[in-house]
Design a protein around this ligand. Structure first.
Ligand code: TRP
Length: 469
């Protein structure tokens, strides 16, 4: 594989990996998930999972990807054919996430234009506008397709020219606007209530569902558990310090999530909105906040949604890339064909997901396509995918080979190696198993247990037919 594409530069890799991690997961999903799981306690559990599990799994993905110089499926398969299913499960997760992610990406894109179309002038109506928009059968589909098309264009061009450039330019802009929004929000009356909600834990309300939500959020936000970082790692050159890269990406991603929380909750409490408001949160809070600022508000709101769209893009291209890399490496497609075939399937899934928000289309256990794709990946596939990778690394790969990979054949120091190895081999698999088990159990109270069990069954089927994959 000498002619495998490589990242243009170190900073290019960090920006691309951080670009994959930072996305709708941080700015759209994190605030509303924290909000509907009670705030502070959820946030603390999430942070513990990020530090212990997220960082370690990311390092494992980088190491496995670079060691084998192959994308997700190949990295497993080249070591042991029986493990192919773990890689293919990741490709399936990629499809499922891309079955709803472009819908939300499309909302972000649409909002760039809605801001100029008078969205901010009637402040009281901002919530209704959002509700009306996403439940409309046609409008969001157009935006979703436009968003998906942008992905197709970027990924067709290949990694270093497309993904890298997109990431480098707009990430700092996003960061700056989030700071601006936080500052603005914190100066509103009653803002401290929001800060308290976000950071003051009340552990008495924690259930198995809360803990699983925190674990799922950690995996989703860091782009873990589906081979995304394996694929990115496979493009990484041998001189890079993997642990340092994993630490930087983890820190950046978590920083942005916390900043997004700080941008939303003080303003929400000040406006008297419900913290458990759900998926519309950023699309309602941010315009409401900027509505207070007159003409400049319109400009900043538009800039925010541009930056959100770009952050979403640098994430979704990484999802598409996993699927595309699989089709190129394993099924010998050329890049353009691989992109077109996978994006077409994703478009169909996203159409179902978008329609489901207006109450149209099929349901499983009472949930529409949007929720099913989200629940399957966020609550089951990513965590189990991460667990499988850890079992693979800890029990199937050779410890000294991993040490060599992480220390660049002994050229670097990694003082935490033994600790990391113990986490990967024992602690993470056991923790993920227990958290998933108790999460599924308490899922039955909220009516989503059936979908989670379905997810486990799918994984079982994949494992059983692994030789054919
Ligand atoms: N992490 C991205 C976000 O927060 C989404 C994402 C990109 C992802 N690649 C992934 C999630 C791989 C899970 C696995 O928006």
């Amino acid at each position: 594989m000498e002619n495998r594409e490589n990242w243009g530069s170190k900073i290019g890799f960090i920006m691309a990996a951080a670009g994959s991690a930072v996305g709708l997961g941080n700015i759209w999903k994190f605030p509303y998930t924290a909000g509907s799981n009670g705030g502070g306690a959820f946030v603390i559990i999430y942070l513990v999972f990020v530090a212990l599990i997220g960082f370690s799994v990311m390092l494992t993905e980088f190491a496995v990807g670079r060691r084998n110089n192959l994308a997700a499926v190949g990295a497993f398969k080249s070591v042991d054919k029986r493990w192919t299913f773990a890689g293919v499960l990741g490709v399936l997760s990629g499809f499922l996430i891309m079955g709803f992610y472009p819908v939300v990406g499309g909302w972000a894109l649409a909002y760039v234009f809605k801001v100029f179309g008078g969205l901010l002038t009637a402040k009281e109506a901002i919530g209704d506008v959002f509700g009306g928009f996403i439940t409309n059968p046609i409008q969001p589909l157009m935006w979703m397709l436009a968003y998906l098309l942008l992905n197709v264009i970027i990924v067709s061009k290949g990694i270093s020219s497309g993904i890298e450039k997109a990431g480098k330019v707009l990430m700092p802009v996003l960061f700056a606007i989030l700071i601006l929004i936080s500052v603005k929000g914190l100066t509103l009356p009653n803002a401290m209530e929001g800060v308290k909600f976000l950071f003051k834990p009340d552990f008495s309300k924690v259930t198995g569902a809360t803990v699983l939500a925190a674990l799922g959020q950690a995996f989703f936000s860091l782009s873990l558990g589906m081979g995304c970082m394996i694929t990115y790692g496979s493009y990484l050159n041998k001189e890079e310090n993997l642990a340092q890269n994993a630490a930087i990406v983890t820190a950046m991603d978590t920083g942005v999530a916390l900043l997004a929380g700080l941008a939303m909750f003080p303003a929400m409490f000040s406006f008297g909105m419900e913290p458990a408001a759900g998926p519309g949160l950023v699309f309602v809070v941010v315009p409401s906040l900027f509505a207070e600022m007159g003409g400049a508000g319109m400009f900043f709101a538009a800039l925010f949604f541009v930056a959100l769209t770009v952050a979403a893009l640098t994430s979704s291209v990484s999802l598409l890339e996993v699927v595309v890399a699989y089709l190129i490496d394993e099924k010998k497609f050329d890049r353009v064909k691989a992109v077109l075939v996978s994006a077409s399937v994703m478009a169909l899934m996203s159409i179902l997901a978008s329609l489901s928000l207006g109450g149209l289309g099929p349901t499983i256990f009472g949930k529409g396509a949007f929720d099913v794709f989200d629940l399957l990946t966020d609550k089951i596939f990513l965590a189990i995918g991460g667990m499988l990778l850890c079992i693979f690394a800890g029990w199937r790969l050779d410890k000294e080979e991993l040490r060599a990979e992480i220390t660049n054949e002994g050229k670097l120091q990694f003082g935490l190696f033994e600790f990391w190895y113990a986490l990967v081999k024992y602690i993470i698999p056991v923790t993920v198993f227990l958290v998933a088990f108790s999460g599924i159990k308490s899922g039955f109270d909220s009516g989503v247990g059936g979908i989670m069990v379905l997810g486990v069954v799918i994984i079982g089927v994949f494992a059983a037919i692994s030789k054919k994959l």
